[in-house]
Design a protein around this ligand. Sequence first.
Ligand code: ADP
Length: 501
Amino acid sequence: MEDGKCNGGATAVLPEIKFTKLFINGQFLDAASGKTFETIDPRNGEVIAKIAAGDKEDVDLAVNAARHAFDHGPWPRMTGFERARIINKYTDLIEQNIEELAALDSIDGGKLFHAGKMNDIPAAAGHFRYYAGAADKIHGETLRMTRPSMFGYTLKEPIGVVGHIIPWNFPSIMFAMKVAPALAAGCTMVVKPAEQTPLSALFYAHLSKEAGFPDGVINVVTGFGTTAGAAISSHMDIDKVSFTGSTDVGRKIMQAAAASNLKKVSLELGGKSPLLIFDDADVNKAAELALLGCFYNKGEICVASSRVFVQEGIYDKVVAKMVEKAKDWTVGDPFDSTSRQGPQVDKKQYEKILSYIEHGKNDGATLLTGGNAIGDKGYFIEPTIFADVTEDMKIYKEEIFGPVMSLMKFKTIEEGIKCANNTKYGLAAGIVSQNIDVINTVSRSIRAGVIWVNCYFAFDLDSPYGGYKMSGNCRESGMDALDSYLQVKSIAMPLHNSPWM
Ligand code: ADP
């Protein structure tokens, strides 16, 4: 790590970029084509490093390594207890490198350094620790066979070679959320980080070597979605692909899986999550929660509470409080500990968000605060709140993935539920109320995979996370995620020498 000066004036400890090549079969390698791509610092648009641009040939090499490690290597054959020992060592190494990993995600993705240090990297380590604890507790069942002369049981076996395709908004947590349960299950894998944020994944690859994973168990192929990503989703020798990203790309991955070897597909996709604030809510807390839910990680989070519905009795008060607080929401250098919001991940995302803001203005929504880019360097955008948003507007319907909130008023509980469900997505929802009847009714009526009551982003290692409707088809975290990297084998045999049919 070296001292450096950031855009915006904050002095930061910038990470030294040590790893830029593909990690295949325990070695750092150039791409077969020799090609590289530039990873960009969103604080200023400058090039951080040139990264190996993996393509089909490199994915083939990585899959061969993973296949060999699965079919012939020790990893799936070890006891869970032995796997846990290595995963725990890996976790120790991650914990020893928290600052460097957080700094890599900050410089690459514009993420707040202090949030990375306090949340993202410890949470990533937590996933490895949690699944290390689960690795030796993978059980089958003893079956109660209908024919008493038969004995039957199930075994849970690792699914095989997994392809993990990872997004750029939480590079470390996403890496851990996918890699940790797959490792505990005994799978081997090829990880493709997003082209915007490859740096931390390569550092995790380096640490995996130090931790002592056998070669070929974890491979990292950096590169683009349409090349390296597509080669993974259509590969004939990958048994499962786990993807987090946009709904459009999720659909392509499912199509590629269907057109190749019918590999299993786990999708965690977009969202347009509602936050419902009821009349009995504490105005100050509700406003704080709404801002956090929508602007955390600069709105680049699939569970962002981008549609906020406030009951009419406290609407005016909550709106006034939100606007007041949004004006104090500091946007700045992600290495500055006073910043609450860094730059958007890249120019494309920055321009996309600004174009949604223009749609909001042109479609007749009322701009209460924000609405502009900040500065002439880097990809900073003001936290933006629109009121009077109607269901036909683009900003109501589509996932923006930026710091843009749509604010609406509702009257009755039934109307609130109807509004919340008025979306093709179903990832998360928030409820702010002290009334247990309201909480119970609403939480059971919203079609979403995660409901947070009087809190938001209450992710937990043991709490399954995933979407209803077009937000996806899988659950990550908790024991459900481990199950998704296992398959069930039924074994039956006659008891004694009885005839078998
Ligand atoms: P966003 O639209 O938010 O940038 P994407 O869904 O495009 O997110 O990207 C998430 C991940 O999916 C990235 O690792 C990206 O490289 C990968 N990806 C993009 N397109 C494809 C594709 N056609 N096939 C496989 N992976 C892809």
